[in-house]
Design a protein around this ligand. Structure first.
Ligand code: UD1
Length: 368
């Protein structure tokens, strides 16, 4: 059978890598990899391919940046040609980025079976473009691989048949478990003790100059108690520069270019706490048992709050500072690792893929 994987943006790579490896260990599976080029900088893309030991993409669509409509449309136009040429038995899409929904829409219209890895997550906040991407992708997918049981319930509530939903656990954690032994703390100029790791890139936090200014001044206050290591997403760097702010000026904040996968793991594991608006870091800190303060009003990953180490602080900087200082004073809530976040999620996906979409299964599904 032929499985075609679609990746495009940084958070896709660590999800696709273990699934490709698990399918690669099975007989009779041919795979191809399409990179849409949504993320294109070396430190947003290439470094992940190297560290995750992913094969070079078979097809690079090179769409680059653009408005949501432009980016999504460009991917659709180019991906349609790819699918018509390659005619896979199954298209696997990952997560909730624009590349995910664009690829799913094209495959659905060509009546090709779609699997969605990391299905069922909901923030119930349609201001987030990712929420729209999740809802549409899940409606279009034929088989929905969820990371936790709350995802199954969300999908069932949207009318998706139970037999299409498979709770397999968290594929990101497969990658984390595999690469944690290789995660060595990078040596950083100016760092010699405890630190908090900060990552921010959501439009809601970085696009409005007033909001961003408030957040930066809260980080400056926190940095009086604990050094801040701050890898900057290109969007965030650009917004901070246009405010005319120089983060390194106070000596207690260490701004960095985006870091690779293993450096990011090491920085999380050794941090006193993580302050973020990323989805992936909420999950990784839960696995690592590191306190996480999430600067969002909601999360599509409630399990990281219910059983993990995550706390939503919203964009209220007073709440952020209050929680951060409590953590620095030793008030840390213990968490536990959610069920099925065990390093075997991709094996479970591979089993389902083979049993459902081996050549005869794919043909019978299309005929139906
Ligand atoms: C995308 C995803 C988001 C994910 C994030 C991780 C969507 C809707 N959003 O958001 O869910 O959490 O990736 O990083 O798909 N840029 C570069 N180099 C790059 C990529 C982007 O400079 O390699 C700059 C461009 O100026 C671009 C901006 O970053 O305009 C935003 O990139 P884009 O891919 O549109 O969205 P993200 O904010 O990265």
């Amino acid at each position: 059978m032929h499985v075609l994987h679609v990746v495009g943006a940084r958070p896709n790579f660590m999800k696709a890598a273990p699934v490709m490896a698990a399918l690669g260990r099975r007989e009779g599976v041919r795979q191809s990899l399409v990179h849409t080029g949504q993320h294109y900088d070396a430190n947003m893309s290439d470094i992940f391919f190297r560290q995750l030991e992913m094969p070079k993409p078979d097809v690079s669509l090179e769409v680059g940046s653009g408005s949501h409509a432009v980016q999504t449309a460009e991917i659709m136009i180019k991906f349609e040609a790819t699918l018509l040429e390659r005619k896979p038995d199954l298209v696997l899409v990952y997560g909730d980025v624009n590349s995910t929904v664009a690829a799913a829409l094209v495959a659905a219209k060509l009546r090709l079976p779609i699997g969605h890895v990391e299905a069922g997550l909901r923030s119930f906040d349609r201001d987030m473009p990712e929420e729209l991407n999740r809802i549409v992708t899940d409606q279009l997918a034929d088989v929905l691989f969820t990371p936790s049981a709350d995802g199954d319930e969300n999908l069932a509530n949207e009318g998706i048949a139970r037999e299409r939903i498979v709770c397999v656990g968290n594929v990101m954690i497969d990658t984390l478990i595999r690469l944690l032994p290789k995660a060595k703390m990078p040596s950083l100029d100016g760092l010699n003790g405890d630190y908090a790791l900060v990552t921010l890139h959501r439009p809601s936090n970085v696009d409005d100059p007033a909001v961003l200014r408030r957040i930066l001044s809260a980080l400056v206050e926190i940095s009086t108690r604990c050094t801040i290591v701050f890898p900057l997403h290109p969007r965030t760097r650009q917004r901070i520069e246009s405010l005319g702010e120089d983060l390194s000026a106070n000596g207690q904040i260490i701004p960095l270019d985006p870091v690779g996968y293993t450096d990011c793991l090491a920085l999380q594991r050794n941090a006193r706490m993580v302050i973020t608006d990323s989805g992936g870091l909420q999950e990784e800190t839960t696995f690592l048992g590191v306190p996480c303060l999430t600067m969002r009003e909601n999360t599509e990953r409630p399990i990281t709050i219910d059983v993990g180490t995550n706390t939503l602080v919203g964009t209220d900087v007073n709440r952020l500072k209050w929680k951060a200082f409590r953590i620095l004073n030793g008030d840390v809530q213990p968490g536990r690792v959610p069920e099925l976040w065990d390093g075997c999620a991709s094996e479970r996906i591979a089993e389902v893929v083979l049993s459902t979409y081996s050549r005869s299964g794919a043909v019978s599904k299309r005929a139906a």
